[in-house]
Write a protein that binds this ligand. Structure first.
Ligand code: ATP
Ligand code: MG
Length: 493
C-alpha cells in the first residue's frame, strides 16, 4: 500500500467547467489535486480535462438561442428639414445708394450732341446697369441711333449696349453701366415670392441666379433646364454664381431630395462644402478620380433607368433625389481626358432629365477644344459672364455681347430668352450656416452593428480558433454567417 491514498477524481459541475478558462494558458495552472500528488505531473489527465472543458463549453453555447435582430438595433435614419433662408445672416443695409445715373446727361447728349430729338420715357435702375427707354420724336431718326449710341459710349467712357425696347414704333432702349454698382444679396432673393414659386412646386430643384435688368429676382428650376454651361474669364463671377445656385438649392432641399457631386480641380471653391450630408461622394479634386466619379454617375443613371422600366414609368417621382453634378473648371478635365469625359458628360445629359440628374459645367476658357460642339448642344442653358474676346463670347453663347459685360457677376442668363443679370453675392458664411443646420458628416463612418451581426462576428472568431486548434466546429453555420456578413459588407477580406 502506498503512503498516500489516491484521491478519487471529483465530478465537476457545469459552473466549474464554465469558470475554467477556455484555452490553456501558456503555462498551465496545475489543479490542486495534482500538485498535492508527489507522483510526476500527469500530462494526459490535464489534456483530458481541457478537452472536457472545451466540449462542455461548445455544448453549452449550442444550447443558447441565436439573438433576433430587433427594430432598435437597426441603424436609425436622420430626419432632415429644409434650412430655409432664415438660417442666413441678415445682409447689410446698402447705405451708399448712388444717385441715379444722370438722366439729363443722356437726354442732353441725344438731343443736343447727337441731334436726335427724343424723350426719355422711363429709367429703370438695376444693380449693375440703368436702362433708359427712349421715344424718338421722329421715327425716321431710328437709323441714326446706332451711331449716336456709339458716340455716347465714347463720351461716357462706358460700354453702352443698345437693346430692343418693349414699346412699339420709334422706341429703343440703352443699358448704361452704373458707376457704383449695388450688391445683390442672396438672402434677399431667397425670401422673394419668385423663389417661393419655384420651390413649392413638387419635384422642382430651385435655384437663385440673381436679379434682372428690372431688379426682379431671377430664380430657376434646375430640373427644367436641365443642364447649365457657365463661361467667363477669370474673376468674372462664375464660382460665386455657382455657389448661389448651390446654396439656394441646399437651403430648400434636404439630403433626401438633393444629392451633390462636386468636381473642383482648382481645390478652392467646393472644399467649403466638404462634410455636408448632401454629398454623394466626397468633393473630387483629382482628375483621374473625376473621371471615375462621372462613370459612377453614369452607373447610377443606368440603375435609375432600370428602376423606371421596372416601375413602368417614364419619369421618376419625388421619392428619388435629384443628383446635381457641378464641375467648376472643366478645362483641366477636358485637357487630361478629352473625349472620354465628353462622352460621359453627354451620356448623362442626354437621358438625365427623366432620371433627375443635372450637370452644371463652368469654364474660364470657352475655346472650341474645351466647350466642344457636343457639349454645347447638350448643355442648352447658359450663364455667360465677361469673356476676354468676341470669339469666346460666340462659343459661350452663340453671339457677341459677353466681352462688353462688366465682370464681377454681371452676366447673361440664356434659357430661351436672354436676360441681363447681376449674379447674387454670397460668402462661405452661408455654406457654414448650411453645415450647422444639416450637420457635418465626417468620413462615412461604418454604421453601428446590430446585435445579431455582433454575435455572428464573434462566432466566426470562435470557429477560427477551433479550426486553428484542430477541433470540430459547425462548418455549415460558418458558411451561412460568412455569406450574410459579406453581403452586408462587414467582412474584411
Ligand atoms: N455677384 C457678385 N457680386 C459682387 N462681386 C462679385 C460677384 N461675383 C464675383 N464678384 C467678385 O469677383 C471676384 C471673382 O469672382 P469668382 O471667384 O466667382 O470668379 P471666377 O469666374 O470663378 O474666376 P476663376 O475663373 O478665376 O475661378 C469675387 O471674389 C468678387 O470679388
Ligand atoms: Mg472660380
Amino acid at each position: 500500500m502506498g503512503l498516500f491514498k489516491k484521491k478519487k477524481k471529483p465530478q465537476q459541475t457545469l459552473q466549474q467547467i464554465l469558470d475554467t478558462p477556455l484555452y490553456p494558458t501558456p503555462e498551465p495552472i496545475i489543479p490542486y489535486e495534482f500538485q498535492a500528488n508527489p507522483e510526476p505531473y500527469n500530462t494526459a489527465a490535464v489534456t483530458e480535462l481541457a478537452n472536457n472543458i472545451k466540449a462542455a463549453v461548445a455544448e453549452y453555447q449550442a444550447t443558447l438561442p441565436e439573438p433576433e435582430d430587433k427594430l432598435d438595433d437597426e441603424p436609425y435614419e436622420k430626419v432632415y428639414f429644409p434650412a430655409t433662408y432664415q438660417i442666413f445672416d441678415e445682409p447689410p443695409e446698402q447705405t451708399d445708394k448712388e444717385k441715379p445715373p444722370n438722366k439729363d446727361r443722356v437726354h442732353n447728349f441725344l438731343n443736343r450732341t447727337a441731334q436726335i430729338p427724343c424723350q426719355i420715357a422711363k429709367v429703370i435702375h438695376a444693380a449693375n446697369i440703368s436702362t433708359y427707354h427712349i421715344r424718338l420724336n421722329n421715327p425716321m431718326d431710328l437709323k441714326n441711333v446706332k451711331q449716336a449710341v456709339d458716340a455716347m459710349a465714347a463720351d461716357f467712357e462706358a460700354d453702352i449696349i443698345r437693346k430692343q425696347s418693349r414699346g412699339y414704333g420709334a422706341h429703343f432702349a440703352i443699358a448704361v453701366p452704373r458707376q457704383k454698382r449695388q450688391t445683390v444679396y442672396l438672402k434677399d432673393l431667397l425670401r422673394s415670392s419668385e423663389f417661393c414659386d419655384v420651390y413649392i412646386k413638387p419635384n422642382s430643384l430651385p435655384a437663385v441666379i440673381g436679379t434682372d435688368d428690372e431688379n426682379n429676382p431671377v430664380c430657376i428650376d434646375i430640373a427644367k433646364l436641365p443642364h447649365l454651361l457657365c463661361c467667363g474669364t477669370t474673376g468674372s463671377g462664375k464660382s460665386v454664381a455657382i455657389n448661389s445656385i448651390l446654396i439656394s438649392a441646399l437651403s430648400e432641399r434636404t439630403p433626401k431630395q438633393l444629392q451633390l457631386v462636386l468636381i473642383d480641380p482648382k481645390e478652392v471653391e467646393s472644399i467649403a462644402y466638404a462634410g455636408l450630408p448632401h454629398l454623394l461622394f466626397p468633393v473630387v479634386t483629382d482628375m483621374n478620380k473625376a473621371k471615375e466619379t462621372l462613370k459612377k454617375c453614369v452607373k447610377i443613371m443606368e440603375q435609375r433607368q432600370k428602376k423606371a422600366t421596372e416601375l413602368g414609368v417614364r419619369e421618376l417621382g419625388e421619392e428619388t433625389p435629384h443628383i446635381l453634378i457641378v464641375i467648376d473648371e472643366m478645362a483641366d478635365l477636358m485637357m487630361t481626358h478629352g473625349r472620354q469625359v465628353e462622352e460621359l458628360i453627354v451620356r448623362i445629359c442626354q437621358k438625365a432629365r427623366a432620371f433627375k440628374m443635372h450637370i452644371i459645367c463652368a469654364t474660364q476658357s470657352p475655346v472650341a477644344k474645351v466647350v466642344t460642339n457636343l457639349i454645347r448642344a447638350n448643355l442648352p442653358a447658359r450663364l455667360a459672364f465677361k469673356t476676354s474676346s468676341d470669339v469666346e463670347s460666340r462659343i459661350a453663347k452663340g453671339t457677341n455681347g459677353c466681352r462688353e459685360l462688366l465682370g464681377k457677376g454681371d452676366g447673361l442668363f440664356i434659357h430661351g430668352d436672354e436676360i441681363r443679370i447681376q449674379a447674387a453675392w454670397n460668402t462661405t458664411a452661408e455654406i457654414e450656416a448650411l453645415k450647422r443646420h444639416y450637420g457635418i458628416v465626417e468620413i462615412k463612418e461604418p454604421r453601428k452593428l446590430t446585435c445579431k451581426e455582433e454575435y455572428m462576428l464573434a462566432k466566426l472568431e470562435f470557429y477560427e480558433q477551433q479550426k486553428a486548434d484542430g477541433y470540430n466546429y459547425d462548418t455549415e453555420k460558418e458558411k451561412e454567417y460568412r455569406q450574410i456578413l459579406s453581403e452586408r459588407g462587414l467582412l474584411q477580406e
